[in-house]
Write a protein that binds this ligand. Structure first.
Ligand SMILES: [Zn+2]
Length: 416
């Protein structure tokens, strides 16, 4: 009898594997489970609600973008969001110790706790006047995409769920985070505080057709060659410290940087003397070294250090290396095959995407992964020129992107 019940229960549970299904369960058909949710009349009603409200969504997206929110100065934009959130069916609306704005859409019980994160902050300086502009099907403004499109996607999702009276089993926790652009400060605080209470963490940042399941390691260095310096005509040292810089850069660019696992190397900044008529006593350049594999980073670091030492010795100078910043490779073993990733893939396919699934995220998902929380990152629309004054997004696909976020929320938190 028990066995029979279990079989029936398993047949009903199309998406979520449960213990009751045990090892006898057939492989879970995530695609069928997501399709079943998509076909529910209530879900169609939520999508219809979104279709009826394109203009209001576009206007709100624009209004929020025009409130600049430099990292650490998110309060004005957060207050605007707080006011909106108060009018929805949410509970426990509050700010945490890092200034993150949090609200919970309570589930009926028995489902996973799903966090959706979008960051409030921008990279733009305080005082910048922001005005959105629409032309040729795109909307332009600094911050329109990163990350305001995803803030707006969450607000529209909540309203659509309310309008269609959709209840989920699990709680949906909406977290509007602070200081993502300055080392994921808000998300790290939240992840640390809520570790063990979160089943899935979805960071909405960038992305549209695909998603990431791991974070790339990012290491920034400033390498200096230190020599005696002197006047252009001085007899002492034969060379300016710029010579080993030039030689080292040439050699570093000849290093083999693997493409699998992914790695990238860039030398973007360099400097030397402050004046034309002096040999540089301190000449430097930066290295931006990234990989999804920590061993690759360690190996390239060693090779670069060896080149620096050889080139310094060659001209009788010394090397000084500053680590400007380090973001470790963020992974959880098995995350590529986790239920979160499988559901996310099924959702993307159900929306008509052929999703690129990569391990090269560099956003708040890394903060969750580093805390041991299963996480992905994706986004609600295609945008260009992030972090530039020319930033812009396509308008029409954004509405489809919101429907994708809504479906993902329902597939993860389970619908009644
Ligand atoms: Zn961002």
């Amino acid at each position: 009898m028990l066995r029979k019940t279990a079989v029936i229960v398993c047949a009903l549970i199309l998406i979520h594997q449960t213990d009751v299904c045990g090892q006898t369960a057939k492989p879970v058909d995530y695609a069928a489970g997501v399709k079943a949710i998509q076909d529910q009349p209530q879900v169609k009603a939520a999508n219809d609600y979104l279709d009826r409200n394109h203009d209001a969504i576009l206007k709100e997206w624009s209004d929020i973008t025009e409130i600049n929110a430099p990292s650490g100065k998110e309060q004005e934009r957060a207050a605007y969001l707080e006011k909106l959130l108060r009018s929805y069916q949410l509970e426990n609306l509050h700010y945490d110790g890092a200034g993150n704005l949090i609200a919970v859409r309570k589930g009926t019980g028995g489902g996973p706790t799903v966090v959706f994160d979008a960051h409030i902050d921008t990279v733009f300086q305080p005082g910048l006047k922001i005005k959105t502009e629409i032309r040729d099907g795109r909307i332009y403004a600094p911050g329109i995409g990163d990350d305001t499109r995803n803030i707006e996607a969450l607000l529209a999702t909540i309203r659509a769920l309310d309008a269609a009276r959709i209840k989920t089993k699990g709680d949906l926790v909406f977290v509007f985070t602070t200081e993502e652009e300055t080392a994921l400060v808000g998300a790290k605080f939240f992840a640390k505080e809520n570790k063990g209470k979160v089943d899935y963490y979805v960071a909405l940042d960038g992305g549209y057709e695909g998603f990431t399941y791991a974070g790339i390691g990012i290491n920034w260095y400033r390498h200096h060659f230190i020599g005696p310096g002197g006047h252009t005509r001085s007899r002492t040292p034969p060379y300016s410290a710029t010579l080993p810089v030039a030689r080292a850069i040439e050699r570093i660019y000849q290093l083999k940087v693997p493409s699998s696992p992914t790695a990238n190397l860039n030398i973007g900044m360099l400097g030397g003397s402050e004046v034309v008529n002096a040999k540089a006593a301190d000449a430097w350049f930066t290295v931006d070294l990234r990989s999804t594999n920590q061993d690759v980073i360690t190996d390239l670091e060693k090779q670069i250090a060896a080149i620096l030492k050889e080139e310094a010795d060659r001209v009788n100078m010394t090397v000084k290396t500053e680590r400007v910043s380090t973001t470790p490779v963020s992974t959880i073993p098995g995350n590529r095959d986790s239920e979160l990733v499988k559901i996310a893939e099924a959702v993307h396919r159900a929306m008509g995407f052929n999703p690129p699934i990569t391990n090269t995220g560099s956003n708040n998902a890394s903060a969750a992964l580093q805390a041991g929380i299963t996480s992905i990152s994706t986004g609600a629309g295609p945008c260009d020129d992030a972090h530039a004054l020319t930033e812009n997004c396509e308008i029409e696909p954004f509405y489809k992107g919101i429907k994708k976020i809504l479906l993902l929320a329902l597939a993860l938190a389970r619908v009644e």
